[in-house]
Design a binder for this molecule. Structure first.
Ligand code: HPA
Ligand code: ZN
Length: 341
């Protein structure tokens, strides 16, 4: 029984919908780039880097996340980073990814927007050709910076609508309500970008409600605390608004005391379109399938629920209906093969 569930996790086609490309920077690559780009880091060895990854909250992680990405300077750096992630998750049977990037964290350091975008998208295009992985790119606004700077990022993105699909909102949540970014989200929607936002990670169900009402988001990133409010939960269930939950991230940032407290099972039981994702796998120590295994083991999921999560990953994506159906058929086919039926 268990063995089949693990085989399903290993072999089912899956999409990842909540992944920050800068959060895939492994310590080995970080140190190699620091050396080739002559960037000073407070770490000498891979062990030093890993030892620093002890977090008590989101902000503890964000401080090291921005420090780590300071080694990314050239188009090749962004290409290498993105390609390493895609090659890694190809082994997890990931077939589609909708990935976040944080341009303001780079343009703030003098790296050109196009350097970042060209590096990431050339790796995505290569992965489509070589690995058959499809993708969409979502540009996040950094919530700890003023809205004017988000407008500057949006202006850059408008020149590259062919390569940037959506806009998101990430970084510090506490004390900065979603409505702070109402203007830039309205402008982004008018320009045709699909809006999503990180809400209800450390913040309240009210942040989720406000992001739905004011930012008009089409998907909720994290959204754990939406479940604290029956009205918000019902609304998400009725509208089948997808949630991109990240169990290992939540545990490592002490949003939950243990993996068995992950809200993924409660979200499934409430009829939500919940998905499982890795967020920043290098920092939290788990890629996509590690997150599936974690919820399977700690929440006691059934085989049917594992299959549901894989299906939700496509149902909650921004693929076309035809593309979604193709992936769902591939899942059914793989399930039958594994069950020997
Ligand atoms: N939350 C907020 N900001 C982030 C995250 C996250 O999960 N990952 C990278 N930046
Ligand atoms: Zn995230």
């Amino acid at each position: 029984m268990n063995d089949l569930s693990y085989a399903l996790i290993d072999n089912l086609p899956k999409a990842e919908l909540h992944l920050h490309i800068e959060g895939t920077l492994e310590p080995e690559m970080m140190l190699a780039m620091a050396k080739r780009n002559k960037v000073e880091l407070p770490y000498k060895t891979v062990e030093d880097v890993r030892a620093a990854y002890q977090f008590d909250c989101l902000q503890d992680f964000l401080d090291l996340y921005y420090l780590g990405m300071s080694v990314l300077l050239t188009e090749k750096d962004f290409y290498d980073l993105t390609w390493a992630y895609l090659e890694r998750v190809h082994a997890d049977r990931l077939t589609h990814v909708e990935l976040f990037f944080d341009p303001q964290a780079h343009t703030d350091r003098g790296v050109a927007f196009e350097t970042v975008l060209d590096g990431i998208t050339s790796a995505l295009e290569y992965a489509k050709r070589e690995l058959g992985i499809t993708s969409k790119l979502i540009m996040c606004f950094l919530r700890h910076l003023p809205e004017e700077q988000a407008f500057e990022a949006l202006e850059c993105a408008c020149k590259h609508k062919d390569r940037i699909f959506g806009v998101g909102l990430d970084s510090t949540e506490n004390g900065i309500p979603p409505s702070t970014f109402a203007g830039v989200f309205e402008a982004a929607r008018r320009e045709g970008f699909t809006p999503v936002a990180h809400v209800g990670e450390e913040g309240t169900a009210e942040n989720v409600r406000e992001a739905l009402d004011v930012l008009k988001i089409e998907r909720v990133d994290h959204g754990n605390h939406a479940l604290d409010d029956p009205m918000v939960t019902k609304r998400l269930a009725d509208q089948q608004t997808p949630l991109t939950m990240c169990p290992i991230s939540n545990w490592r940032l002490k949003g939950i005391p243990s993996l068995s407290a992950s809200p993924v099972k409660r979200a499934l039981d409430a009829g939500l379109l919940v998905t499982v994702n890795s967020d920043d796998p290098s920092y939290f120590g788990g890629y996509l399938n590690d997150n599936y295994r974690a919820v399977f083991k700690h929440l006691g999921l059934t085989e049917t629920e594992v299959i549901q999560l894989a299906k939700n990953s496509f149902a909650g994506s921004f693929l076309s209906d035809g593309e979604k159906q193709e992936q769902l058929d591939r899942i059914d086919h793989q399930v039958n093969t594994l069950r020997g039926t």
